[in-house]
Design a protein around this ligand. Structure first.
Ligand code: ATP
Length: 376
């Protein structure tokens, strides 16, 4: 386990890490997230005593890194994949570290195989691609077969196959009961890899919780509901019925309604009673990226003047119907519903999935009355 208590690091007037307290437990992949410059690398460097805290302390299995006997056997870290002597061959690089730590030579070949670098073992590292360098860095971290592993941006520069491999490796290491702390800016990847998240902003702890809990805490739960496009008054009728029942309604740019304060079955019943046909009724499931953006929006130090998150929060100017005096346009969020517009030529009719495959086969042989004839 890694435990930080009141960990603080100042560089002159700059506070890089500010009173950080957390525990990284064994058996889980813990994602370490935060905007650029939020202090992730500084924290990791302090964990392995490459930086000295200004105040506070951090321990590994109850002891500061410097007090661990043969630390390489307890802790493995990938902090900077480029920190390798370019003139050395990959195997020689690993062998020198192994010899310094009393690790047998056969382990060098084992880790080269684990990271898939057997064929490049005798190449000088200065000719390595970014991804090969990352693999060598991961091999270095694994060399001592440690119980505690730190990876700073391990998927940086890896191709999709490499990213999948890192994900599986992290999860396997955690399932073996090891403590795995991994930083990344790739939210979609972290959502698949990490069970637990530590999120920091401007050096301070913003969140320390399970990944799913984090997503649920930092995203607004709502339903997307969409009246049939063929029903001209459907949206207004539906909006009025839902508002009267206590729902809060925002308009999405594509004409769907975003409803909070009502459960999906209630919305369905209200629509049924109001005689409005629905083409979509779906729960909104937030992504980790969306939740992370919400949480860190006030902690970002470096933003472009064209901040992409503006799209997430700024209301779209939309004409509002009469039924919602105070209605707001919904901020744009990634679509997660399963609404599919009618296929071209369906004459505005929604596509109904046939109940058995035979119907589908016969339908494909006989053009539907709504399908325009091919006039060519
Ligand atoms: N040796 C140093 N001297 C002065 N300032 C430093 C030093 N190392 C880090 N900093 C500053 O501390 C802050 C935190 O940097 P750090 O590299 O830990 O952030 P990070 O979260 O890892 O960022 P990124 O995601 O961009 O890698 C930054 O403002 C950085 O400029």
């Amino acid at each position: 386990m890694i435990e930080a208590v009141g960990l603080t690091k100042r560089y002159g007037a700059k506070t890089a890490v500010d009173q950080l307290s957390f525990q990284v437990k064994p058996g889980h992949v813990t994602g370490f997230l935060g905007p650029n410059g939020s202090g992730k690398s500084t924290t990791m460097r302090m964990i392995v005593a490459l930086d000295r805290p200004t105040s506070g302390h951090v321990t590994i299995n109850g002891r500061p890194f410097r007090e661990l006997p043969n630390a390489q056997r307890h802790v493995g870290a990938l902090l900077d994949a480029k920190a390798v002597h370019g003139g050395r061959r990959a195997r020689a690089h690993l062998l020198s570290i192994a010899q310094l730590s009393g690790i047998p030579e056969k382990r060098v070949d084992e880790v080269l195989a684990v990271v898939g670098l057997q064929d490049a073992a005798r190449q000088r590292t200065k000719g390595f691609s970014l991804g090969m360098g990352q693999r060598l860095g991961i091999a270095t971290a694994l060399l001592g077969d440690p119980q505690v592993l730190l990876f700073d941006e391990p998927v940086n520069g890896l191709d999709p196959e490499g990213i999948l491999w890192v994900r599986n490796l992290m999860r396997r290491l955690a399932s073996e009961g090891r403590t795995v702390l991994v930083s990344s800016h790739l939210m979609s990847e972290m959502a698949l890899t990490a069970d637990h998240l530590i999120v920091i902003g401007r050096g301070r702890l913003l969140a320390d919780m399970g990944t799913q809990e984090f997503i649920a805490h930092n995203s607004a739960g709502f339903a997307r509901v969409r009246a049939a496009d063929t029903d001209r008054d459907g949206r207004e009728t539906l909006g009025t019925a839902l508002t009267k029942a206590g729902g809060r309604i925002l308009q999405e740019p594509d004409g769907a309604l975003r409803v909070t304060g009502l459960e999906l079955p209630q919305i369905s019943d209200l629509a049924h009673r109001a005689g409005v046909r629905l083409w979509e009724l779906s729960p909104h499931r937030a992504s980790l990226e969306e939740a992370y953006m919400r949480m860190t929006q006030s902690s970002v130090e470096y933003t472009s003047t064209e901040d992409p998150r503006a799209e997430l929060w700024e209301p779209e100017p939309l004409a509002l119907p009469a039924w919602e005096d105070e209605a707001e346009a919904a901020p744009e969020v990634p679509r997660t519903g399963f609404y599919a517009p009618p296929p071209p030529g369906a004459g505005g009719q929604p596509f109904l999935m046939p109940s058995n495959p035979g119907e589908l086969a016969s339908a494909s042989g006989n053009p539907s009355p709504n399908t325009p004839e091919d006039t060519r």
